[in-house]
Design a binder for this molecule. Structure first.
Ligand code: ZN
Length: 345
């Protein structure tokens, strides 16, 4: 098809000509006060044919890192020189975003409500809207998340690494680590994969915070994926990072309730049994140690020191010994700051 004959892209009330971009809104529902709540969307419709990719963030309303990642990515897009189409949906869970809350007002998790339904709960209706208006138009999607519940995550891609196309895009993204992750029932990634889309889930940083490293890795990664799909020029002169791959991950959980002093960092390589922190009671008695249950790389950790027995404290990804040097700047083998394993009562 010649560039001149490429059709305009219609999304809701938006009608975006080839080589142009546009912003609009997809109405969801009214607030109790009567204010209309809608999904903000931005479309970049390239002059030339190509892939159609969605970028989504804040499916969990308090995970705002991705909102800024999308802003930075779209500020660098030019529909006049692009191929294909990018649909940016920076805030999917608008209700949660307004409230600084992961969930919807009825406490439903939007990312367990896909593919949704037009007559179900509010979460189901938003999921259904997203599936019918966005996912159905796209062959690739990148969904941006952060750690939840006062936890922070090492920048990482979670995806079905056994699918060749997904793996190719995950490698193009070039995060420090990519984790093979099974589909979760009700997730956007699961429902969109079911419909035939190739989906990457990016995790980095923590809720309600901007994390500089997670932002820059996310922006560069999306840009590289768009370049790998031949939608934008590859203007990244830096050597492409080679991600470390992990097939399994483990949570270290609190053995006792108390005040946790966690002394390990994201990206740190740890050995099974290594002391990663201690839990005290309110008058300073040591209740328990926090030890690595497996060897691997720390890809997530709790930030909030008040923990209940069973709380997930530290997330460790199993990686091959050969892969460890590739974690580069994230690897810290310095353990001198860690409390000595002899130091217990
Ligand atoms: Zn999330």
């Amino acid at each position: 098809m010649s560039p001149a004959r490429r059709k305009a892209f219609r999304l809701g009330e938006l009608d975006v000509a080839p080589g142009r971009s546009g912003t609009g809104e997809l109405p969801i529902a009214r607030l109790v006060t009567g204010t209309v709540i809608s999904l903000p969307v931005q479309v970049f419709h390239g002059r030339k044919d190509g892939h159609t990719v969605w970028l989504s963030a804040a499916v969990h309303g308090d995970e705002i890192n991705g909102v800024e990642i999308i802003r930075r990515v779209t500020s660098g897009l030019d529909a006049r020189t692009m191929s294909g189409t990018v649909i940016a949906v920076p805030i999917v869970n608008v209700h949660g975003f307004l409230n600084g809350d992961r969930y919807l007002p009825d406490r439903r998790d939007l990312n367990r409500s896909f593919p949704g339904s037009p007559t179900g709960s509010l979460a189901a209706r938003i999921a259904n809207l997203f599936m019918s208006e966005i996912v159905s138009r796209c062959d690739v999607g990148i969904d941006l998340h952060t750690g939840s519940d006062h936890r922070t995550n090492l920048p990482q891609i979670r995806a079905d690494l056994d699918d060749p196309e997904t793996r190719k895009l995950a490698e193009a993204f070039g995060p420090p680590l990519m984790l093979h992750a099974k589909i979760r029932d009700g997730s956007l990634r699961g429902a969109a994969t079911e419909q035939g889309s190739t989906v990457l889930l990016y995790e980095g940083g923590e809720a309600l915070r901007f994390d500089g490293e997670a932002l820059s890795i996310g922006v560069a990664g999306i840009r590289r994926v768009l370049a790998a799909l031949d939608m934008v020029d590859d203007d990244d002169d830096d050597p492409r990072p080679v991600p470390v791959e992990s097939r399994r991950s483990y949570w270290v959980r609190a053995r006792r309730s108390g005040i946790a002093l966690i002394d390990c960092e994201l990206g740190e390589v740890v050995r099974r049994g290594q002391l990663l922190g201690v839990i005290h009671d309110s008058v300073g008695r040591r209740l328990s140690q926090v030890n690595a249950t497996q060897s691997g790389v720390i890809i997530g950790r709790v930030q909030q020191p008040l923990v209940n027995q069973g709380d997930a404290l530290i997330h460790i990804a199993e990686v091959g010994a050969d892969d460890l040097p590739m974690l580069g700047q994230y690897v810290s083998t310095t353990t001198s700051a860690t409390p000595s394993s002899q130091d217990h009562q």
